[in-house]
Write a protein that binds this ligand. Structure first.
Ligand SMILES: C[S@@+](CC[C@H](N)C(=O)[O-])C[C@H]1O[C@@H](n2cnc3c(N)ncnc32)[C@H](O)[C@@H]1O
Length: 316
């Protein structure tokens, strides 16, 4: 996610609404057979799912997954209204393998956090709102950002900020965090945001803590680990001709999605230093394209600026 769009996202005004990004491109990419079975791995408030359901026939099925209890509540409500929907509570990395017996026409990942998660100060995702330094998408399990910052060593913190936030001042920030916590634990979002702002000058509209917050969120929720498992499991559930659609918001995610899709679609380039293998490469995916927001969407939804959709089709 670019710093600017993370900023725009964090200053959203909705409290329980989430405007889905790239909705028409997602629908076109994700939707195949109208009577098929679909999985929305990141239901949120169901913007993409609802668009899909409007198109699908009455015999179709949709599994709606989310690990956020509030998102799950929204999915359960939809499941009561629409018998085609089944709500599943948990991490898609763990739930997708349990759906291996399903023969799915489409799997969607719309990665990252939702607007309601960012807008509610008590969830601890926003550097603009004072709240507990939590950042867990599923507050019922795992370690909060405050607990992680209290126990990680200085090098671990610096590495996380550098690798997951692309933060060039990672060492300076990590040093400061460790110095601060030696007398007072860091428990609130604004305490951390102010601490980071004390060493990084503000540039334009971008808050100096943008990258730090992004990095911590990725660590606390093991977002890249879940993505890797989820992508691999998606191949176990997709039928031949089924679609894999992934929306990502920052280069780390997009790189992982690109590497996965290309790795399953194209033979690795020949390496003259290694002996040629006899095994012929058999592609599992066919790439259907990469899409970004149109100008009309950029005008109404700041989150769409850094959104990238990649779509591929299962070929065997
Ligand atoms: C960007 S929002 C999705 C918004 C949704 N497409 C909509 O239109 O409302 C991402 C959602 O995915 C959920 N999520 C992220 N990683 C997850 C994971 N590994 N397992 C389950 N849910 C996850 C988050 O809790 C959040 O609700």
């Amino acid at each position: 996610m670019s710093a600017r769009s993370a900023d725009a996202l964090a200053t959203g005004t909705h409290t329980d609404a989430h405007l889905p990004v790239l909705s028409q491109a997602v629908l076109k990419g994700w939707c195949g057979r109208l009577d098929g079975t679909y999985i929305d791995c990141t239901f949120g408030r169901g913007g993409h799912s609802r668009e899909l359901l409007r198109k699908l026939h009455s015999k179709a099925q949709l599994f709606a997954i989310d690990r956020d209890p509030q998102a799950l509540e929204a999915a359960r409500k939809l499941a009561k209204e629409d018998l085609r929907v089944t709500a599943l509570d948990g991490n898609f990395a763990e739930l997708l393998p349990t759906l291996a017996a399903e023969s799915c026409s489409g799997v969607l990942f719309d990665l990252g956090v939702s607007s309601p998660q960012l807008d509610q100060a008590e969830r601890g995702f926003s550097f603009n709102k004072d709240g507990p330094l939590d950042m867990r998408m599923d507050p019922r399990s795992g370690v909060s950002a405050a607990d992680w910052l209290a126990s990680a060593d200085e090098v671990e913190i610096a590495d996380a900020l550098y690798h997951y936030g692309d933060e060039r001042a990672s060492r300076r920030i990590a040093k400061l965090i460790v110095a601060q916590r030696s007398h007072t634990p860091l428990l609130r979002t604004l305490e951390l945001a102010d601490l980071v702002a004390s060493v990084i000058p503000r540039r334009g509209r971008t808050h100096p803590a943008t990258k730090t917050f992004q990095a911590l969120r990725i660590v606390v929720n093991d977002e890249l680990g879940a993505l890797e498992s989820g992508l691999n499991s998606s191949l176990e559930v997709l039928e031949q001709g089924g679609r894999l659609a992934v929306v990502s918001f920052h280069s780390l995610e997009d790189r992982a999605v690109k590497r996965f899709m290309h790795g399953k679609a194209k033979a690795p380039p020949a390496d003259r230093r290694r002996p040629q293998l006899d095994d012929e490469f058999i592609p599992e995916l066919r790439l259907l394209g990469k899409f970004g927001a149109e100008r009309s969407e950029l005008a109404v939804n700041a989150r769409s600026r850094s959104a990238r959709l990649r779509v591929a089709e299962r070929v065997r």
